[in-house]
Every structure is written in structure tokens, then in C-alpha cells.
Design a protein around this ligand. Structure first.
Ligand SMILES: CC(=O)N[C@@H](CCC[C@H](N)C(=O)O)C(=O)O
Length: 380
């Protein structure tokens, strides 16, 4: 039998209790495998790669494959929801709702394990969306082989939308991101003798200040961009001059062109600060697989048309968001569509208080099963 809403909610709570950081999702992988192996196996084949799981559902015809992807990793966040099924892993939490994502994927898979699809389907349970471009790693490793989908879909939960509402748009849904890791290395010394040291608090502060000009002075104001520096660590105490400053942050832009332009400006400013302050710079600008999430015109037209015209689905066209997703990499390789699933919470993604409304799960499952069935008639 396809999994019921009650069974799905129970699974989601189990997954919620065992959050794991990217590429360490061993317990999560074991639980998902247990659930998948308990489904009818007639049309299923299962492969694993590191902590990923791939499931192939053999359809009535084999000339086309529709893909569905979920991420499975969690964040280094200490949960503060007070829920009875809160995280059992100290300092880790499904604060981005990937437990909801996995459960929706399992719900869709359990339906097609019972009802043979018209075309082949490939389900991808990918690790490390938050930290290590797990989708890119999996794709580049070539492990999908002939299970590589012709088109692919994936969702992200959205606390700002009512539970179960589907949100989508043509074009760019999410920004492309790039991590900034800048290390300025000078010379420490006594606070009383600045002439004998090279103070990296001052160099780092100058970098932080100058970076603020990128979005205001270098990015077309009609377009947009973000440069956030979320971490600055320098020095040890008030009367010792700091010999090093480590500054970390992230770039966000809705086009790859703007992302690269911002990267280039960050590099230029960091290098000029290092030259001006006569210090050493170690700079890592790391984009990995976090390309802008650009929805394909054809698959997205079909997706939006189904969601808009199905009375059981609440649909909203949503604006682009500055969140990132390594699904952007898969969409650069395979046409497809990413969409939002509303989970109605006053707290944002990555908040230690995030408590998604579980009613979204069944609505997401039903909407996606309906869409796959409809899409298969369009393809055949
Ligand atoms: C949906 C979401 O919150 N995604 C993350 C993706 C992280 C990208 C990368 N580690 C970076 O910080 O650039 C996000 O922070 O948007």
C-alpha cells in the first residue's frame, strides 16, 4: 500500500530526530533504505553512493525518465522548538526542512511502487545540499548511469506560504551563491606598540566596509545581489594586536553573470586591502554546485499549468528568492523545475524554532503524483 498521511508524518518525525550534517547522513540513509525496501519491489531497483540513495522505478515504457530529487542533510543548529520529537543529535537540526522534503519524496515513491508509471522514474536522495554540493558530487561521479533523468523536479519548503501551497515561477527561482573565505595574515604584537605589528582587525574592518560598496556601486540596481559576511574572527584579547583575521560570508545573485562579477569585485577588494595593509591574503571563493536555480521554460509551463488548473492544489506564483540550492547545478545539466511547498511557520528557514506544518506533506505528495501522471500523458 502507498504510505498513508499518518505513516508519512510518523516517518517525518523519525527523520526529524536524527539530523546529520552533509556527507555524514548514515542513520538517515539507513532509515530511508529500510522504508524503501519495505515497499513492493516489483518495479524498483535501489543503488547507493556514499550517503545518497537512488531508486529507479521501471515504467511501462523505457524511452523516457522523469527524475525527482530530495536533499537529506541537516544543519549545525541547536533545536529550540520544544517539540516532543525534537532532534536527538545535539547541535544538529533539520532547520531547513529537509525532513519534509525526504518524506514527500518517499510518499511519491510509495505510490509509484504500487502503481507502475507509464515512463521510468528516478528518485534521488542526495546528501550535502547545505555544505558540500552533494548533488554536483553525485552527478559528476556519474553514478546515475542510465538512470539519468530526461527531466527533473524538486521542492523546497517555504515557511511563508500556507501549508501545502505550491509556489513556482518561470525563470530563476533561487539565487546562485558563492562562499567567501578570506584570511588576512599580518603580525601580532603588544597593544602599546602598533608600529611593530601589523593589525589585522583594522585590515579586516576595512575589507568589511569596502565590500559594502559592491552591491551599491557595481551591480545594476534594476537587478540585485547580496554580499553577507556572517563571521569575523580576529585576535584574542584587548591589549594584544591581532595578527590574523578570518572572515567568512556568502555572495548571492540571480544570474551567473552577476555572481561572477561580484566574485571578481570581492577578489579585487581583498587583494587591494592586502596590498594596502602589507599583509598576506588567503582567499577562497567557492561556488561549487550552487548555480542559480533556473527553471526550464517547457517543464515549468507544464508544471504551472497543472498546479493552476487542479482544484485540489493551492498555487501561487512566487518571486525569486536569494536562498541558494545546489539543485541549480542539476538544472544546468538536466531540464526541470524547482518549486516551493508552503509549510506555514512564523520562523524562517535555518531558524532553531522552525516547526513546519506537517499538513503540507500529503498535499505535496498528492500534487506531485498528479503532476507526474499528467506529465507522462504529455510525453507519451
Ligand atoms: C535553501 C538554503 O537555505 N540553502 C543554503 C545553501 C547554502 C549555499 C552555500 N553553502 C553558501 O552559503 O553559499 C543557503 O544558505 O541559501
Amino acid at each position: 500500500m502507498s504510505l498513508s498521511e499518518t505513516e508519512l508524518i510518523s516517518l517525518r518525525r523519525k527523520l526529524h530526530q536524527i539530523p546529520e550534517i552533509g556527507m555524514e547522513e548514515h542513520e538517515t540513509q539507513a532509515l530511508l533504505l529500510q522504508v524503501i525496501q519495505a515497499m513492493p519491489q516489483k518495479w524498483l531497483e535501489i543503488k547507493t553512493w556514499k550517503t545518497a540513495i537512488m531508486v529507479h522505478v521501471s515504467g511501462q515504457k523505457h524511452d523516457y525518465t522523469i527524475g525527482y530529487r530530495t536533499d537529506i542533510d541537516a544543519l549545525p543548529v541547536t533545536e529550540a522548538t520544544g517539540l516532543p520529537y525534537a532532534s536527538k543529535h545535539p547541535g544538529k537540526m533539520h532547520a531547513c526542512g529537509h525532513d519534509i522534503h525526504m518524506t514527500v519524496a518517499i510518499g511519491i515513491l510509495s505510490y509509484f511502487a504500487e502503481h507502475q508509471p507509464a515512463t521510468d522514474l528516478t528518485f534521488i536522495f542526495q546528501p550535502a545540499e547545505e555544505n558540500a554540493s552533494g548533488g554536483k558530487q553525485l552527478y559528476d561521479a556519474g553514478v546515475l548511469g542510465d538512470w539519468l533523468p530526461n527531466e527533473i523536479y524538486g521542492l523546497h519548503d517555504n515557511p511563508q506560504l500556507p501549508a501545502g501551497t505550491i509556489g513556482c515561477r518561470q525563470g530563476t527561482l533561487f539565487a546562485g551563491t558563492c562562499e567567501i573565505h578570506a584570511h588576512f595574515i599580518g603580525k601580532s604584537g603588544h597593544a602599546a606598540f602598533p608600529q611593530a605589528a601589523n593589525d589585522m582587525v583594522v585590515a579586516g574592518a576595512a575589507f568589511v566596509t569596502q565590500i559594502q560598496t559592491i552591491v551599491s556601486r557595481n551591480v545594476d540596481p534594476i537587478q540585485s545581489g547580496v554580499v553577507t559576511l556572517g563571521h569575523f574572527a580576529a585576535g584574542t584579547t584587548g591589549n594584544v594586536i591581532a595578527g590574523s583575521a578570518q572572515i567568512d560570508g556568502t555572495i548571492r545573485a540571480l544570474t551567473q553573470k552577476n555572481n561572477l562579477k561580484i566574485q571578481q569585485r570581492v577578489r579585487k577588494i581583498a587583494e587591494s586591502i592586502a596590498a594596502g595593509f602589507e599583509c598576506r591574503l588567503e582567499l577562497d571563493l567557492h561556488q561549487g554546485g550552487y548555480y542559480p536555480v533556473e527553471n526550464n521554460p517547457q517543464t515549468t509551463a507544464s508544471f504551472i499549468s497543472y498546479m493552476k488548473n487542479t482544484p485540489e492544489v493551492d498555487y501561487q506564483t512566487t518571486p525569486p528568492a536569494m536562498t541558494g540550492e545546489d539543485f541549480g547545478y542539476l538544472l544546468a545539466k538536466i531540464p526541470g523545475t524547482m518549486f516551493w511547498l508552503g509549510v506555514d511557520s512564523p520562523y524562517s528557514l535555518h531558524s532553531e524554532h522552525l516547526a513546519p506544518n506537517e499538513q503540507a506533506i500529503q498535499k505535496g505528495v498528492s500534487a506531485m503524483i498528479g503532476f507526474i501522471l499528467q506529465r507522462q500523458t504529455e510525453i507519451n
